[in-house]
Design a protein around this ligand. Structure first.
Ligand code: B3K
Ligand code: ZN
Length: 886
């Protein structure tokens, strides 16, 4: 907990470090009730920082200084100054060596930052500023050093001792202890440091790189999980190959290790040569992990591996540049997943996520540019904007330049900056140099927050056979930014004729048509593009593949949307047309509900979905995506003032009506797919994901009819299956149903069967937390008493409290404010235990501006209560204070 007032840090204040650390030699002595860290830092004055010898200010928090030497000379208390966060001393020469010894307490570190214990193992998490909780250091990413690390621990309890790089020596000591030394030949910033000590088993494999080097691959887990590593290992090998083929990037050490830990604040961490993962992002096996979990493991393994180049070999100069590595790496992993699975389905999932969650963040009090210009606590800026919008920015560059030129740009970037800590400007410069294009206007995507709106209108002139599209862009004000300049918005589009064929696209002034789907760059506040040779008025298909992260509007009629659903050559836009149709229909129901009228479902939606279900030539995953109505979160995001209850009942009404009207085709598709699933062993591949996704969405509709044969099928699926995807869906739909006896039995049986598997128990908590039946808060409070629940484990907090606040709007937003009060109670407790998790859990309360004035008042009162609750971490303080100011 801080004792100094949290202060804002600004990008404009960046200065190069006064000193550099060429070598870092660390020795850890790990014990049960404390640990000792000895650090030898070989330092020199930074030649780029000016003349003279300013004081050396090292970062350090929660460290007990035992000994300090400068060039082997012990320093006494008068030779340095210590504060809560810094150690300051005066060097006397350009080059010098600092030796320090500190005592730390990993055994009581519940913040899970720095060195801590997860179960019986020691592990680390240093990004962004955790290394300063391990030793006194220049804890900033532009100080890159060569590390050697020696770890010593009791041998029986900690047979495995790991750190970055290659193992170079090991031995045993007297008294049952042993040690190992690791050397990392690559310079790295401290945030990439890692250490692990534990009783771990490992799965081994190897990969031969494109230049013929053999790399040992190891995944370390607790012994009971050794059977759940194969999928991650396969994913790792695919990632290594893909990065060679698509980006020409080869792995650079002789060994690559992944360690799975149960207590972890995020998904995973790309420490050089020693990735540390939340076990939820490594372990996957048919009977315990769903299809979604398998895909997540594949994506996160790839993401962390790709960081070896985009993040580690070339890193960030300062934390404002975070999206340099994160946006780029998310873009890389998204393309990898698209290549490994269904490209269109991956895009649909990512866009649905972006529009629901990132758009909401970008419209709220924590809105910030992809490259923020100020922060109080950097941990709060590992956001959807930095990651997901950052990835969209990279995708737009890729779209504008084309993949070949983009690759030239990335080659130039890696070559030019290998071993350096750089900025987003350096990245753009490489893209400009490789392409010869001027991206200066494009760079506004890095500096202006908020989601741009793009309103499109059309005009057709039969006499001149011309068709014009006019684009008007605008961007709402965000905290600290009122007036925005126009963005460069790449709009991929096609024009459909009456048969649904893409017409050749020739713009006025062009000699010939340029393809049938093309990218226009919208760069002005208002801009018109005129197409010639248009025999009749076409129907536009706009923003194909979601070519820019904007809110596009065009006055489509429902019939036009149905036409696009059937005919658009762009798969993403077929889905998008279905979403827009559903949104129109649902908004009509919401209006009827609010006016107290009887709800009437537009039968065109039934017709459109029926034709999808009856067409067995369509990709089943696409059919499943198109059957999924826009979520309550998305309907909230696009509302001016979200009426939580009307949104919920309108959507449930529509689902119920669809289930009854489409019972026959749903039942047929369900039975056919279920039969195949029953007779096919589980395979984690796209075609199988597709079959199960259609089967499972069909089941979720069918259960709404409460017919006996469906209940029997659901119970049979629950009991007779070899995989968690079928079992968990059956459980989830039972939980959401009114079959109370069957529900209770299934929940009990499930918990009994999986009580020793924490990741499966997380899923058990989540399906109950997300259940929208009345009484949600009471159920969650009851579950918090369950022996498998603990506030100390971030996965449990997310599975139960996070799922309740984030995925159960009708219960969380209960009009008496009980959901808000519950959440803030948990935030106040977690503020002391784990500030990063506490600050993240708060997100739903920061969205108060979306709701009616009664709810706004209740939400703000809870934020006030948190603010007044005592000494706040900088993490929670920043989110709460900005939310109240907004
Ligand atoms: N780079 C890590 C983020 C860790 C942040 C901790 N506050 C995970 C990732 O993006 O790969
Ligand atoms: Zn990352």
């Amino acid at each position: 907990m801080r004792t100094e007032q949290p202060k804002m840090i600004y990008l404009k204040d960046y200065q190069v470090p006064d000193y550099l650390i060429d070598e870092t030699h660390l020795t850890f002595e790990l014990y049960e009730d404390h640990s000792l860290v000895h650090a030898q830092l070989v330092m020199r004055r930074n030649p780029d920082a000016g003349a003279g010898l300013p004081p050396l200010v090292l970062d350090g928090q929660q460290l007990e200084l035992l000994e300090l030497k400068l060039d082997d000379r012990p320093l006494g208390a008068g030779d340095y100054q210590l504060s809560d966060s810094h150690l300051t001393l005066q060097p006397t020469q350009e080059r010098f060596v600092i030796d320090s010894s500190v005592r730390i307490h990993p055994e009581s570190n519940t913040a899970l930052e720095g060195l801590y214990k997860s179960g019986s193992m020691f592990c680390t998490q240093c990004e962004a500023e955790g290394f300063r909780k391990i030793t006194y250091y220049l804890d900033r990413p532009d100080v890159m050093s060569k590390f050697t690390t020696t770890v010593s621990a009791e041998q029986h309890a900690y047979p495995v001792l790991l750190s970055n790089g290659n193992p170079i020596a090991s031995g045993v000591e007297e008294g049952g202890r042993h040690w190992a030394t690791w050397e990392d030949p690559f310079k790295k910033p401290a945030y990439l440091f890692a250490l692990v000590a534990g009783d771990l088993w490992c799965v081994e494999d190897s990969f031969t790189t494109m230049s013929g080097r053999e790399v040992a691959l190891r995944i370390y887990v607790e012994p009971e999980n050794i059977d759940k590593c194969q999928h991650a290992m396969d994913s790792l090998k695919k990632s290594m190959k893909w990065d060679e083929e698509v980006y020409g990037r080869e792995y650079d050490l002789d060994i690559f290790m992944i360690v799975a830990v149960n207590d972890f604040n995020m998904g995973a961490m790309e420490n050089k040569g020693l990735n540390i993962f939340n076990s939820s992002c490594v372990l996957a096996k048919a009977d315990t992990a769903t299809d979604a979990a398998h895909q997540r493991v594949e994506a996160v393994v790839a993401h962390e591996y790709f960081h070896n180049w985009s993040g580690n070999r070339v890193t960030c100069r300062d934390w404002f540049q975070l999206s340099l590595k994160e946006g780029f790496t998310v873009f890389r992993d998204a393309e990898f997943s698209a290549d490994m699975n269904s490209r269109t389905v991956k895009r649909i999932e990512d866009v649905a996520y972006l529009r629901t969650h990132q758009f909401a963040e970008d419209a709220g009090p924590m809105a910030h540019p992809v490259r923020p210009d100020a922060f109080i606590e950097i941990s709060n800026f590992y956001t959807l904007t930095v990651y997901e919008k950052g990835s969209e920015v990279l995708r737009m560059i890729h779209t504008l330049l084309g993949s070949e030129t983009f690759r030239k740009g990335s080659d130039l970037y890696f070559e030019r900056h290998d071993g350096q800590a750089v900025t987003c400007d350096d990245f753009i410069q490489a893209m400009e140099d490789a392409s010869g294009r001027d991206l200066s206007q494009f760079k506004r995507w890095y500096t202006q927050a908020g989601t741009p709106r793009l309103a499109v209108s059309e005009a057709f002139d039969a006499a001149t056979r011309t068709y014009s599209l006019t684009f008007r862009q605008s961007c709402p004000a965000t905290p600290g930014q009122n007036d925005k300049l126009p963005f460069v918005i790449p709009v991929e589009l096609g024009l459909l004729d009456a048969q649904g064929q893409d017409l050749p696209l020739r713009l006025q002034g062009e000699r010939a048509a340029v393809g049938r789907s093309r990218v226009l760059s919208v760069t002005e506040a208002e801009q018109t593009f005129t197409f010639v040779d248009m025999p009749a008025k076409p129907l536009p298909s706009l923003l194909r593949g979601f070519s820019a992260p904007v809110k596009l509007s065009f006055p489509y009629s429902r019939d036009q949307l149905m036409f696009l659903m059937q005919h658009d050559s762009d798969g993403f836009n077929r889905w998008e047309a279905g979403q827009q149709l559903s949104v129109q229909v649902l908004q009509e129901l919401i209006g009827q509900q609010q006016r107290g009228e009887t709800m009437q479902l537009d039968q065109r939606l039934v017709t459109a979905l029926r034709s999808l279900l009856e067409n067995d030539r369509l990709d089943q995953a696409m059919v499943a995506e198109m059957l999924s109505l826009p979520g309550e979160g998305y309907l909230t995001e696009i509302s001016e003032v979200a009426d939580v209850d009307a949104i919920h009942s309108a959507r449930e009404f529509a689902r119920q009506q669809l289930a009854e009207a489409l019972f026959e085709p749903l039942w047929q598709r369900y039975q056919a797919n279920r039969k195949l699933s029953r007779n096919t062993p589980y395979v984690a591949e796209a075609a199988h994901f597709a079959r199960r996704s259609l089967q499972n969405i069909a089941l979720s509709y069918l259960m709404l009819t409460e017919r006996a044969e469906v209940l029997a099928a659901c119970l049979e699926q629950y009991e007779v299956c070899d995989n968690m995807t079928e079992r968990l869906t059956a459980l989830a739909v039972l939980v959401g149903s009114n079959f109370d006896t069957e529900k209770a039995e299934a929940l009990t049986a499930f918990a009994e069967h999986f009580k020793d598997n924490p990741l499966v128990m997380d899923q058990w908590f989540s399906v109950q937390a997300a259940c929208t039946l009345p009484g949600g808060l009471a159920r969650v409070q009851q579950l918090m008493q369950h022996p498998a629940f603990t506030l100390k484990n971030p996965n449990k907090v997310r599975a139960l409290i996070g799922a309740f606040a984030g995925q159960n709007p009708v219960n969380f937003h209960a009009v008496d404010g009980s959901g808000y009060r519950f959440l803030s109670d948990q935030v106040i407790i977690l503020n002391a235990l784990n500030p990063q998790i506490a600050a993240r859990l708060l997100a739903p309360l920061t969205r108060w501006a979306k709701y009616d004035s009664n709810r706004q008042g209740l939400m703000k009162a809870e934020l006030q209560r948190i603010l007044a609750s005592g000494e706040l971490s900088s993490d929670v303080f920043e989110v709460v204070s900005k939310s109240l100011a907004g």
